[in-house]
Design a protein around this ligand. Structure first.
Ligand code: S3P
Length: 172
């Protein structure tokens, strides 16, 4: 299968994948497909509940099934992934892979300074322990970079600026 025409946003929890996907929608008219939203609507459970009731392995299994569905069925879209989605088989074929990159400290302060900070932290089980989350960040950062067609540093840039940058890179 050749590379699809999707824009796939990968990166750590809280870096702003959903926000950038919505901005890209504004600028391109292409609808964003949010992986975690699809998992929540398919199961009628919040991500946090899936982790609590069935465990992380079950969540990863559903995430894998969703990845298969996207690869078989979705094109010409903006795909906003969960932080662990980058492991999907054949990710390169999903489309242009964009790693939205920021330092761990920047991401945490972005979340903490956002309007619904408590909610944003509470809905992400893997952010519950910041030391563990930092370890996960350090482990994943090089992996995200390796999977990416383009790395976009998002620090101190507006969503509008970031989306423009992505469009330019893709046209390349
Ligand atoms: C996860 C990130 C979350 C969500 C789940 C697991 C991860 O998505 O998929 O809690 O493994 O990094 P966001 O990146 O949108 O927070």
């Amino acid at each position: 299968m050749k590379k699809k025409n999707n824009i796939v946003l990968i990166g750590f929890m809280g870096v702003g994948k959903g926000t950038i996907a919505r901005e890209l929608y504004k600028q391109t008219g292409k609808f964003p497909i949010d992986c975690d939203d699809l998992i929540e609507s398919a199961t009628n459970l919040k991500i946090k509940e899936i982790f609590e009731i069935y465990g992380e392995d079950k969540f990863r299994k559903i995430e894998k099934d969703l990845a298969k569905f996207i690869l078989n069925s979705i094109d010409n879209s903006i795909i906003s992934t969960g932080g662990g989605f980058y492991k999907a088989k054949n990710l390169a074929k999903f489309g242009k892979i964009i790693y939205l990159k920021a330092s761990f400290d920047y991401i945490i302060s972005r979340i903490k300074n956002s309007p619904n900070a408590d909610k944003k932290i509470a809905k992400r089980p893997l952010l519950a322990n910041l030391d563990e989350a930092k370890k996960l960040y350090n482990e994943r950062d090089p992996k995200y970079a390796k999977k990416a067609d383009f790395i976009v540093n998002v620090e101190n840039k507006s969503p509008k600026q970031i989306a423009k940058e992505i469009k330019k890179l893709i046209k390349g």
